[in-house]
Structures are given as structure tokens and as C-alpha cells.
Design a protein around this ligand. Structure first.
Ligand code: ZN
Length: 240
């Protein structure tokens, strides 16, 4: 990619499809509002039981179109062997400096998939590094206003829930773009940890979080640090 667009929301995922399942609704909202959204997949997903790297690359590109992403990158870090290293932190910091987002999204620290936990750690640290002048990369320091964790498998107490009812259909179609992951037969002997129907799981989760805020669909987020609010009245202004 030659030019990196400035975006309000920059989402990191361990595997192609993580950002769709966790944050697809918010990314589509930010795109529709003209704020701009971009995604970085840290691995190509070569460790998955189903699908090929090439198939997932095409699926990720299709999904990026559906969500209206301004850019999507894949860094090809090792799937199933993702760790929080100093070199990786520096690469995350440089990406945050390139895109200059207000909000950085990544998986939650506690997740049954070790790559998700590792992605959480390396992105949280890298986003912090992005503001530190003593951390040298090829771009100038940038301070995102917040790092927020999107919710995948584990139940959490959210810091906030976003109404995604207007972009739910895009999120649903973006998840469905991953035909190799969710609609192909599994290898013999493969045992699902949870449900085999990701579409039903995504719909159930969106419906559950939506109900907590009185909307049809929602997405839950946990802030990595306490949110500073100068004007609670403005923050609580009724939508619409
Ligand atoms: Zn994943």
C-alpha cells in the first residue's frame, strides 16, 4: 500500500475474520459516518483447520469491501505462534503512527485462543509505545484516545455497548464472506470447542448485547484504561 489513509478507528485481529466477528458493526459504522476505519490482520490464518491462506486473503478483501474499510493489511506473523515481542510492538506502534486513529481495537486479554491473548498484549503495548517519543519508528508519535477490546468468546463486563443495528446486515455479510471458515466440511476427527454455527453465534451475541442497550443488535467493548469524560451530559445526549 502506498498511501496510508488517516482513520478514526484502527482494528487489529490475530486472524482474518477476528475483526468481523468482534468489531464488524462498529467498523462499518465508522466507515458510513465518514470517520474512516481500517484493519490489520496479524497472521494469514495458515494454522486454521480449514481453508487456505489464499482463500482467506480473498475472503478478507471481500469483507473489507462489505464493511467499507479504507485499508486492510495482513502482516503474515506466525499463526498459532503469535507472541508479544519487542519487535512486534514496534511494528504496531509504527502502524498506529501511520493511521493516526482516535480509537484502537484489538481482542480482549483473556480469550481461549492464545493468539487472541497475544494479539491483545502486543497491540495494547504497541499503541502505548506509539505516543512515546523515545520509541523510534519511521513516523512521528501519535496518541490514540483509547484502546478498546472487542469481545469474542469470553463473557465480559463491557465498558460500553455500541448500537450496530444499522450495520448488522453488513456485519452478517462480512462474516459470511469467510466461506472457507464457516461453511466448509471440517476434517475428520475435528472437534468444535463451542458451536459449529458461527452465523448463529454471531447473531446471538449481537442480539444479546443489543438487548442490554435496547436495540436489536449491539457490540460490546472493554476499555483498556479509564475513560476521561469532561462533559457527561454531552456524552449521554440521546441519540438521533
Ligand atoms: Zn482468531
Amino acid at each position: 500500500m502506498s498511501e496510508t489513509p488517516r482513520v478514526a478507528v484502527l482494528a487489529f485481529g490475530a486472524h482474518p475474520d477476528d475483526i468481523e466477528l468482534g468489531a464488524g458493526g462498529l467498523l462499518a459504522l465508522a466507515a458510513a459516518r465518514g470517520q474512516g476505519a481500517a484493519a490489520i490482520d496479524l497472521t494469514a490464518g495458515e494454522g486454521a483447520s480449514r481453508g487456505t491462506v489464499e482463500a482467506r486473503r480473498l475472503e478478507a478483501a471481500e469483507s473489507a469491501q462489505i464493511l467499507g474499510l479504507a485499508a486492510r493489511e495482513n502482516w503474515g506473523w506466525p499463526d498459532l505462534h503469535l507472541t508479544d515481542t519487542l519487535d512486534y510492538r514496534r511494528q504496531v506502534a509504527d502502524a498506529v503512527r501511520r493511521y493516526r486513529p482516535d480509537l484502537v481495537l484489538c481482542p480482549a486479554p483473556r480469550d481461549r485462543h492464545p493468539d487472541h491473548s497475544a494479539a491483545s498484549a502486543v497491540v495494547t503495548a504497541g499503541a502505548f509505545w506509539a505516543r512515546m517519543v523515545r520509541i523510534e519508528t519511521s513516523h512521528a508519535p501519535h496518541s490514540p484516545r483509547a484502546v478498546a477490546y472487542y469481545v469474542m468468546h469470553e463473557l465480559v463486563e463491557p465498558s460500553f455497548v455500541v448500537d450496530i443495528s444499522s450495520t448488522w446486515d453488513q456485519k452478517r455479510r462480512a462474516v459470511a464472506a469467510y466461506r472457507s471458515q464457516f461453511d466448509q466440511p471440517v476434517p475428520e476427527g475435528y472437534r468444535f470447542i463451542g458451536t459449529s454455527d458461527y452465523h448463529a453465534a454471531a447473531a446471538a451475541r449481537a442480539g444479546y448485547w443489543g438487548q442490554t442497550i435496547g436495540t436489536a443488535q449491539g457490540e460490546a467493548y472493554v476499555l483498556a484504561s479509564t475513560l476521561r469524560v469532561d462533559d457527561p451530559v454531552e456524552l449521554l445526549r440521546a441519540p438521533g
